[in-house]
Design a protein. Structure first.
Length: 318
């Protein structure tokens, strides 16, 4: 991952909650034991199409887990690795057609009176043979998703936006928490309960528009016990039904945005800067459903002493 373990990543936020039927404390296995049980298994020497499992956050080839590389204060940090072989559909179709033609040619050589077609069963056999042969020649393509879980608050931060990958993560992470737990994907109303959910435009656009209008006033906000400064950055999109305007500026001067808002448009997407104690986080936020498109955290450079690395990551980026 280079010299900085966190760069600019997509982000999805969950909250883990438990019902009255959740397992009692002490019954649930330690998180590092659960990660070890579902650790990633390489398919480099196999013909399997897909492999999913957990790896350590600092080394995506490391599958030995313990408190020293999983738990940092109230945070659990790890990665989910997905290795997959994908055959291009057009290439597979062409290879199957060639195999069928070759089969018919050989059959014609053996028996000139043979039928000039293949049965469905034989076509299926040839397809399976071609598929496995092509699969064996392809190296698996790795994908790693970083996950940070605050086991005190139940907040779970996943560096991913793909719906299919998020479903895989949900199926893999829930067993770590134990029986009776549920994962809820958070939206804007979960962070700002007083926001009018009936108002139009969408709550996310409403929030971004409100934040834009506050750029010349106090930018310090309270979020529980945390105080932070939030402000619209230099990239803004505004719009209404059927039209939109984009603007990029290096100052707080957005004349075209101001004109559009006065005409009834609203902020639909913006770069939002959040700062706390000198730590700067930049988020690319869409107002449609209020997802955070990406999050850019403070850089954490790998020190020479590797034993200090995991703690530095969590302290600066969590």
């Amino acid at each position: 991952m280079g010299n900085s373990i966190f760069g600019k990543h997509p982000l999805t936020v969950y909250r883990l909650t438990k019902s009255d039927q959740a397992a009692l404390p002490g019954i649930v296995e330690p998180v590092d034991a659960g990660l070890q049980r579902m650790a990633f298994r390489s398919i480099a020497e196999l013909v399997d199409r897909r492999s999913v499992g957990f790896v350590t956050l600092e080394n995506h080839r490391q599958t030995e887990f313990g408190p020293h590389n999983v738990t940092f204060g109230e945070y659990h940090a790890f990665g989910l690795r997905i290795d997959e072989r994908k055959i291009p559909p057009a290439a597979l179709k062409e290879a199957i057609a060639e195999a069928c033609e070759e089969e018919l040619r050989k059959r014609k050589e053996r028996d000139p009176e043979a039928a000039p077609f293949l049965t469905k069963e034989r076509k299926r056999e040839l397809r399976d043979q071609v598929y496995l042969r092509m699969l064996a020649k392809l190296p698996p393509v790795p994908k790693v998703v970083d996950v940070v879980w605050n086991h005190v608050t139940g907040m779970l931060f996943v560096c991913e936006k793909s719906e299919n990958t998020l479903k895989t993560i949900e199926n893999m992470v829930l067993p770590l928490a134990g029986p009776g737990f549920e994962m809820h994907r958070l939206q804007v109303e979960d962070f700002i309960p007083g926001l009018d959910m009936v108002a139009k435009p969408s709550p996310g656009c409403e929030f971004l528009t409100w934040l834009y209008h506050r750029r010349d006033v106090d930018r310090v906000y309270d979020f529980g016990d945390l105080n932070f400064e939030a402000a619209i950055e230099d990239r803004i999109e505004i719009g209404s039904t059927g039209e939109s305007v984009k603007a990029v500026a290096k100052s707080d001067d957005f004349p075209e945005i101001d004109a559009g808002l006065k005409a009834g448009k609203y902020v639909t997407r913006a770069s939002v800067r959040m700062e706390n104690d000198g730590r700067v986080f930049t988020l690319d936020v869409s107002g449609a459903l209020f997802p955070v498109g990406t999050v850019e955290t403070p850089e954490v450079h790998k020190p020479r002493d590797m034993e200090e690395f995991p703690g530095a990551v969590i302290e600066a980026a969590a």
